[in-house]
Design a protein around this ligand. Sequence first.
Ligand code: PMP
Length: 362
Amino acid sequence: MPERIWNFNAGPATLPLPVLEKIKSDLPNYNNTGMAFMELSHRSKDYAEVHAEAKALLKELFFVPDSHHILFLQGGASTQFFMIPMNLLQEGQKADYVNTGAWSKKAIKEAKLFGSVNVAGSSEDANFTFIPRHADLKLSSDAQYVHITSNNTIAGTQWASFPDTGNIPIMSDMSSDILSRKLDLSKFGIIYAGAQKNLGPSGVTVVIIRDDVLQKCRDDIPTMTMYKTHAEKDSLFNTAPTFSIYILKLVLEHVKSIGGLEAVEKENIEKGNLLYGTIEENKEYFKCPIPEDSRSLMNVVFRLPNEDLEKKFIADGLSGGFGGLKGHRSVGGIRVSMYNAMPLKGIKELTGFMKDFMKDNG
Ligand code: PMP
């Protein structure tokens, strides 16, 4: 086994090596404080600088408009499944949800605790293998918001573009594609993402909330569940996940150093072209169940001719230095998660392995 493998895990996922090396060199004495970063007070000047810098970098790199607040919360994206309806949905009020996979379903389940849910579109009947067309969505004119999952980590699908919802804000779970492509964020009321795929380690959840949506949020619910608490206290109402935020800052610095979002998006497209291209060129052997317009650039799913070959592919892959290739247990097959930190070189080597495997096991 080599010292580091190509890590295709779905999350927590691979991080840029320079970031890991920087974390190591900052230990155990951060910035001459005589303490490691995770030992610093969350009220200290050294911590405050990192907190502010992480926010500023995310704003700059992801083109977050001035109308939006950036929050660093805990509880994972799963906590956002209930925080959004808890803050924005009163009894008798309605929200639209698009059901594109296991994570959308979990969000829908939580929303039903607070208000009425209209499932405006779904691909469940087709095992979540596609993203519904905008024209097929049955959006309500009186919804408080429309919730979507921009990238479906398990199913391997991604919204290529977003529906026009007029004045109704879109809330998007971007856990697995935040900061992977340039988007017009102005129409999003809330964007949320656990950091552990594109942004850093687990432990911090990024929430980007538009000011008019924030103003509509309730203030008669438990303090920690109120978006207003965290916006007013700059995400320092209580002890922040300081170490995760510090690594988030390092990841963002790294993204900036390699050319920002433009460079990241370009490489993500190149990786997608190479991997999907290899699948298509060998489609008698590798089969991707997702139609082209719904394919994810972050999580690529495909099948081999039978399950025994898939098991062998995963095992041979691991001994060849390619980890995390097993598809989610609910889908089976192969899943290649290739977030921002997976370089094109990793996909070049993987596609080489795929072709060799096919030759040897044809
Ligand atoms: N949404 C999506 C799209 C995800 O991929 C995941 C985690 N894989 C979650 C939500 C749940 O996130 P967390 O574990 O941070 O609660």
